[in-house]
Design a binder for this molecule. Structure first.
Ligand SMILES: Nc1nc2c(ncn2[C@@H]2O[C@H](COP(=O)(O)OP(=O)(O)OP(=O)(O)O)[C@@H](O)[C@H]2O)c(=O)[nH]1
Ligand SMILES: [Mg+2]
Length: 198
């Protein structure tokens, strides 16, 4: 399907799963720990730095932010988990929102599960992947911030990560950089393929 990623627009902010939009078009969800680069990926895919709010401080995105992708799909930018600097109450509120989101029975066409390639996966990352493997929601694992590594370091880290996770299928693993745009075109093509069969 021909999708114009430059035609991505802000749609709605949801603090509660009661207010999620229902447009009947495929929904792509971006999930991962705080600071993994979720909002930056939205911007990189759209070819702008003005769409989603990005911050060096973890915990920037605190609600579910929806973007409309060329009228053909919705992109949901979730709050990150594992934001330890926030108070317990605030952290619980974020993770309740994410939990409720995944448990509310909504049809999700694809999860983009983001991890900063430099970091050893956290317990929550492993938990998220377990959860995805138990459901039938299709997902891609997207390693972000690849510009931080040389080609050699990247190879080493990917082999470490594939041992950690024991990926069944390499075709769902993407390495990207929102900074220098490496891997973004391939990811967009794979997302478009999913949208076209949903
Ligand atoms: N070098 C580099 N930095 C990146 C990349 N992607 C994101 N960052 C930086 O990582 C930090 C966090 O980025 P965000 O996109 O706000 O991360 P997030 O996952 O949306 O964070 P929360 O909203 O807090 O969950 C920012 O300082 C970004 O500039 C990348 O590809 N390369
Ligand atoms: Mg964010």
């Amino acid at each position: 399907m021909n999708i114009n990623y430059n035609n991505m627009k802000y749609k709605i902010t949801c603090a509660d799963v009661k207010n999620l939009p229902s447009d009947g078009i495929p929904e792509i969800v971006i999930s991962g720990r705080s600071n993994a680069g979720k909002s930056s990926l939205v911007n990189a895919m759209a070819g702008t730095n003005k769409l989603a709010r990005v911050s060096g401080k973890p915990g920037k995105t605190r609600e579910i932010i929806y973007f409309d992708l060329d009228g053909k799909a919705l992109i949901a930018d979730l709050p990150g988990y594992g934001y330890s600097a926030a108070s317990k109450a605030v952290t619980a509120k974020f993770s309740d929102l994410c939990d409720n989101y995944f448990r509310c029975g909504r049809k999700i066409s694809l999860v983009l599960f983001l991890m900063d390639i430099r970091r050893t996966p956290s317990e929550e990352d492993v938990g998220m992947l377990d959860f995805l493997n138990k459901t039938d929601i299709p997902y891609f694992i997207v390693f972000t911030k690849c510009d931080k590594f040389s080609a050699n370091e990247l190879r080493k880290q990917l082999s470490f990560l594939s041992e950690c996770f024991n990926f069944a299928d390499d075709s769902i693993v993407f390495t990207v950089s929102s900074k220098d745009k490496k891997g973004i075109a391939d990811l967009k093509t794979a997302i478009s393929d999913i949208i076209s069969v949903n």
